[in-house]
Structures are given as C-alpha cells and as structure tokens.
Design a protein around this ligand. Structure first.
Ligand code: NCD
Length: 495
C-alpha cells in the first residue's frame, strides 16, 4: 500500500506510480497559474535541504506557495544543531513538534528520510502526523525527481512503455538514475542502454528486473535511443582522485554527438549540468532538461496536496516471520545420547559444528540480538575444548537458555553448517534446521558508512533477507537499501 511518506521508488507498485503521476499531471494548469483552486494556509511545509539544492528546493517552495501553505526552510546544515552533532531523529522530532504537516528532507545520510518517518510516527505521547518526503538521500534515492522524469517522458514521448532509454554518466553515485531505473522496471517493453566509464558503472542491484540491452563506455552506444538521460559525475561522492580526474569532462553532449543519434531523441538531465550539456545544444529542441525541471512544480504540488486532503497511512517496518523451523529437519528424540566430550547439560542449547574459531562470534551474535547478556552472562556459556575436536569444529553449550527460533535461524544463516540442539528440561532433545529468517536485526553494522544506522545510535540495523535455501542469501539494508552478500556483512564486521 502506498504510504503517506514518499521515501523510495523501490517501495512503489505500478499502480502507485501511475497514481502519483496522475496527481502531478492534474496540477499542470494550476502550476501554470501559480495558484491552486483551494488554498491551505493552516498547513505547514518544512523544506529541510541539508545538502545543496536549487531545483528541488525551489520547486517544492513554489509548489507550497501555489497551494497557499506556510513554509519554513533550511538551506544547508550550517546554522543548525546538526553541526553540533544532533541526530536527524531529534531534528525530525523538533520539526514535528513545531507543527509541520510535511517534512521534505534532503540529507547526505542514506536511509535518513525512512528513519525519520519512523521516528516521528512513533514519537511517544505525540499525536502529530507528519508526511516525510525524501528530497534526495546521499547516493540512495530521489523519488520526487523520478516522478517528474516519468511525467516528462510521458508528456514528450507520449508513453511510458515500449521505448529505449540510455543512461550516461555517473551511474554508480547519482541517485536520480538509480531511482528512475527502479521505477522503470514496472513498465513493459522498456529497453535500457548504460554508458559509463569504468569505476562508475551501475551497481548490479539496480539491474534486477530491467531489460538491459547494451553496456558500453562509448556514446556511440546511444545512437538508437528514444531518450538519453544524461547525468553529472558526482565528484563530491567520488573519493579516488585518479578516477575523479579521469571522469571529469568525459562525456560532452554537443551538436556533433547529437547528429549521430536518432533524429527524434529526447535529451534529459536532472541538472545541474556542469559540462555534459555543451553550449551549442542549449537551445536545441531535443534538449528537454529545462522543461523537465519545470515539471517539478506540478509534481510537487501533487505531493504536497496529499497531506492537505488525504488520510495518513503510516509506514511499517518489515516483520520477522514467526515459524522458522524446517520441518523435515526437526527431529524430536526422547533419548539423549550419552555425551562424550563434555559434561551433559540439564537444559539449554548445544550449538554444534561451528567452524573452528568461530564460537566467540556466535556468542557475540547472540549478545547483539539480546538473547545472551554479554558481560554478565546469566546463562552459562561453555566453549567446548577437546583434543578430538581441535581444529575441526567449535561446540557451544548454553546452559539454561533456549534460543528463540528467529535468532537461531539468524545464526544458522551466517554459519550454515551448524546444528542447533535445543534441550528443554523435560529430557527431550530437539534438533532444528531453519529456513532463512526474513530479517537480521541488530546483529551486524551496515557496511555502508553513509547509512543512517552508522550516524544515529538510536537506529538499529535491519537487513531484509532474500533467497531461499537453494540460493545464497542476499541482505538488503532496510534504511540505505544497499544489497550485501552474507560474507560482506561478516567480513566488514571483522575489519
Ligand atoms: C540531482 C540530485 O540532487 O540528485 N539534482 C536534482 O535534484 N535535480 C542531480 C545531481 O546533483 O547531479
């Protein structure tokens, strides 16, 4: 269901996109008049642009003015308590407390808007309803830009299906291309061409569900596209000085280049353009970037109008799956076998076949997930040391502790060979195998340094697990939306 918050194009269905586009489309005449028929002087929009912005900020402002809303705004983090180390969560709480109905947030912190939407919604004792709109979060998402991009294609090309679109420039660090590509997955017959230099290619996760017909470093690959979406190299996000130098001025779309492309090609650009759009095509009718930017006003009027008239639909965190035991591997036996190498435990859990040397990591995971108390173990943790096992495996005895299924499944996700024997105090032994858990919560930090979970100690990590036992699991950070392989999480943790 489309929530009230506009956080990420990855949240949307085809119906959601079509609905949001229709809102924007219906606002075009009112944007031209610079006044909507109804006015909302009691509604307050806070426009917080903690990262540089011209178009997004000012088109949101014009949209709010056209709707007669009250406006409060920030340009840059300078002059705010963010500079003193205040968290985005507390900033959001203040903005909500001071009467915002809509909070448009642009931040370098990836996943910040999603996190703030949860924080404000869940603020204890406050009934305040605030709609959070993501105005761009670092390298991650720019959903309102996607809507104006789609609206522009729909108007200029006459359709959102059956066309060929090329993306050129920095496809690794620019959020506009990634957001748009995720939305385009929902449209039939869209063929995608990707052009970027080595080091700034589109990350694999954004290719999922797309029909990518060509990938190249050369502008020639774009010659048969109906639309070419040009992007700026995001130098502020490229750390490597050699790469920065290599990509600067790499792609310049000028009249000569344009003549080698389809005669009817539409050149889009989210802007700002630094050198990509040459002066000799600035007035070429095929360049529609400025008209594209103008479409930001009706689109954002549509988005700001919703909080003035529609019912609030909260965002919900993904939930853990309740039953995780794989039935076929669950054996209940009434007889406990004699234990050779360690003292039998009366009741609790035996975790067996842990890779040698990894028992401490298992204990750490259990502590992090709150099922074991770290420094003062309530439960007796016993690392089995036996000459017979030496170098083969670790075994962990957890006296008086039966691990919840979701946590046991999480440990098994990262150490697939382990077996978990639960020994309740009725003399039975239950051996369990688990399907992948749906979520991994609080166990590993997010390897993405820009993720909100690395900037706000209140924000606990949540990875959504995809894949089943036949495939390797993929973990997606719920906030910054990056995908990670299992090994990346364990590896980054040990660094
Ligand atoms: C873009 C952004 O901020 O992501 N600009 C925009 O919002 N129109 C693109 C960019 O900065 O290159």
């Amino acid at each position: 269901m489309l929530t009230s918050h506009i956080i990420s194009t990855a949240d949307w269905t085809r119906q959601d996109i079509d609905f949001l586009l229709s809102l924007g489309e219906s606002m075009i005449p009112h944007a031209d008049n610079r006044r909507f028929s109804a006015q909302f002087p009691d509604r307050k929009a806070v426009l917080a642009f903690f990262e540089p912005s011209t178009r997004t900020h000012k088109s949101f402002k014009q949209a709010a003015l056209n709707l007669g809303m009250r406006i409060d705004e920030f340009s840059g983090a300078e002059g705010t308590s963010l500079m003193k180390g205040e968290s985005l969560a507390d900033t959001g709480r203040m903005i909500a407390g001071q009467g915002a109905d809509v909070f448009v947030l642009r931040t370098t912190i990836e996943g910040g808007p999603r996190w703030v939407a949860h924080v404000i919604q869940e603020s204890e004792g406050r009934k305040k309803i605030v709609w959070v709109l993501n105005g761009g979060d670092g390298r991650n998402q720019h959903p309102t830009q996607t809507l104006l991009d789609l609206l522009t294609i729909k108007i200029r090309l006459g359709r959102l299906e059956n066309f060929r679109i090329g993306f050129v420039g920095d496809l690794a660090n620019g959020r506009t291309a990634m957001s748009l590509l995720q939305a385009l997955r929902h449209y039939e017959g869209v063929e995608v061409v990707l052009v970027s230099p080595k080091g700034t290619e589109l990350p694999a996760q954004y290719k999922i569900g797309l029909n990518i017909i060509r990938e190249s470093e050369s502008l020639d690959a774009l010659s048969d596209c109906d639309v070419v979406y040009v992007t700026r190299f995001q130098l502020e996000r490229i750390q490597d000085p050699i790469l920065r130098r290599e990509v600067q001025g790499k792609y310049i779309i000028n009249a000569k280049v344009l003549n080698t492309w389809k005669k009817t090609v539409l050149i889009m650009h989210p802007l700002p353009s630094v050198a990509e759009i040459a002066p000799d095509i600035k007035n070429d009718p095929r360049l529609i970037a400025y008209n594209q930017a103008d479409n930001g006003i009706p689109v954002r009027m549509g988005l700001l109008h919703r909080p003035c008239v529609a019912e609030f639909i909260p965002i919900t965190r993904p939930a853990q799956v309740a039953c995780l035991a794989r039935n076929e591997e669950q054996q209940i036996s009434n007889e406990r076998k004699p234990v050779k190498h360690f003292q039998p435990i009366v009741d609790g859990t035996v975790i067996d076949h842990i890779p040698p040397g990894s028992a401490t990591e298992v204990v750490r995971m259990l502590c992090q997930s709150g099922c074991l108390e770290g420094d003062r173990p309530r439960q007796l943790v016993q690392y089995v040391k036996s000459r017979e096992y030496e170098g083969m495996k670790d075994v962990l005895l957890l006296h008086h502790l039966v691990i919840p299924d979701a946590i046991a499944a999480t440990v098994q996700l990262f150490f697939p060979k382990i077996t978990i024997n639960q020994l309740p105090d009725n003399g039975t032994i239950v051996k369990k195998g688990y399907t992948y858990p749906k979520l991994v919560e609080s166990v590993f930090p997010c390897p993405n340094a820009a993720c909100v979970t690395n900037h706000d100690p209140e924000a606990k990590t949540i990875f959504v697990v995809s894949g089943d036992q036949r495939n390797l699991p993929i973990l997606t950070c719920y906030y910054c939306e990056r995908l990670f392989a299992r090994e990346t999480l364990t590896g980054s943790h040990h660094q």
